[in-house]
Design a protein around this ligand. Structure first.
Ligand code: NCD
Length: 321
């Protein structure tokens, strides 16, 4: 795997290989000494041209725990703020000889375009309203663990997942739909008509505008943030009305089947799309998702930088040298 640009690029064996190694990496995450020598001598540049807390810090930790040299470049403080183009910025870093560029950008397609310009591997860490493949991988990793806890042989094809919220502006929904298409779960998208992505009728999903109708039927609800910073106009009358129709309120929490997983990629707007009761509920995977983020990104960095594919598998000797 040279780049990771879209969840659609991942075959089932590749997803399984990423998750298998992520399981090993999550053991490292809980050790007192968290360093593995695996990526010693390799250099990873985090290029975050949009705000981020968890994605950036988890890519940084993932690289550091694998002994890669990691540097962070953000739009503010880089020559981008002097008017340099993305092409010149990435070509500059590439010319220094870095091995991987982790790119977050407000323009959909920026990481794919970058991959054409550079010799380094490129990982998409969120591009505009397009995709966020490592988020979908970590969501699936956390959900898989949750489902396996009650049924070690569970099948994704038997699982129903509702993805709820501001779907128009969400790259997380696009990557999750693509990943789940490969895994086989049944996905229902729930949003007010104004927040359904255009062309959704061609997606391999069910669409529903009534959250209450799906509550008792799903194995997981994935709540997505209302992205007010990407909204130019009025997509719903008032925040209060949004919560009444589409928030995971205390009342809706009580109507979920026992054990229904609650996911949210963060950052959460508590009181808007998710109540504190739901965010902090026993079946909430919010912090498991964050933890999974580091392990999955360690695995992705390994797969991208080692040049190994699912077919050859990662050799344990190389990983632990
Ligand atoms: C998401 C993102 O940036 O796309 N968050 C994340 O990566 N953890 C979702 C969001 O911003 O709401």
């Amino acid at each position: 795997m040279k780049h990771l640009l879209s969840a659609a690029d991942l075959s089932r064996p590749e997803i399984d290989a990423i998750w298998e190694l992520a399981e090993e990496m999550s053991e490292v995450q809980h050790r007192e000494i968290k360093k593995l020598p695996t990526l010693r001598g390799r250099t990873v540049v985090n290029m975050f041209f949009e705000d981020s807390t968890r994605t950036r810090s988890s890519f940084e930790l993932a690289g550091k725990w694998l002994s890669a040299d990691v540097i962070n470049v953000s739009a503010k403080g880089s020559s981008t703020s002097k008017g340099e183009s993305l092409r010149d910025t990435v070509a500059t870093l590439d010319a220094m000889g870095v091995d991987a560029l982790v790119v977050r950008h407000s323009a959909s397609g920026a990481p794919a375009q970058t991959a054409q310009w550079v010799r380094a591997s490129v990982i998409n860490a969120g591009d505009g309203t397009h995709e966020h493949p490592t988020q979908a991988l970590l969501d699936g990793f956390a959900l898989g663990r949750h489902f396996r806890a009650s049924d070690p042989d569970f099948d994704w094809a038997d699982k129903k997942i509702a993805i709820v919220g501001d779907l128009t502006h969400s790259r997380v929904v696009r990557s999750n739909v693509l990943l789940q298409q490969t895994l086989g779960a049944q996905v229902t998208l729930v949003a007010p008509p104004t927040l359904l992505p255009s062309g959704v009728d061609t997606w391999p999903v069910e669409v529903c505008t009534d959250f209450d109708a799906v509550l008792g039927e799903v194995d997981a609800v994935m709540m997505l943030r209302v992205q007010r910073e990407r909204m130019a106009g009025g997509f719903f009358p008032t925040p209060r009305e949004y919560t009444v129709g589409y928030g995971l309120t205390r009342d809706r929490l009580a109507r979920l089947r026992p054990g229904t997983a609650i996911c949210h990629p963060g950052p959460m707007n508590r009181g808007l799309e998710i109540s504190a009761d739901a965010a902090d509920a026993a079946q909430s995977l919010v912090l498991e998702q964050v933890a999974a983020g580091v392990a999955v990104r360690m695995s992705v960095l390994y797969h991208v930088l080692s040049g190994e594919t699912a077919a050859t598998g990662g050799s344990k000797e190389r990983r632990s040298e």
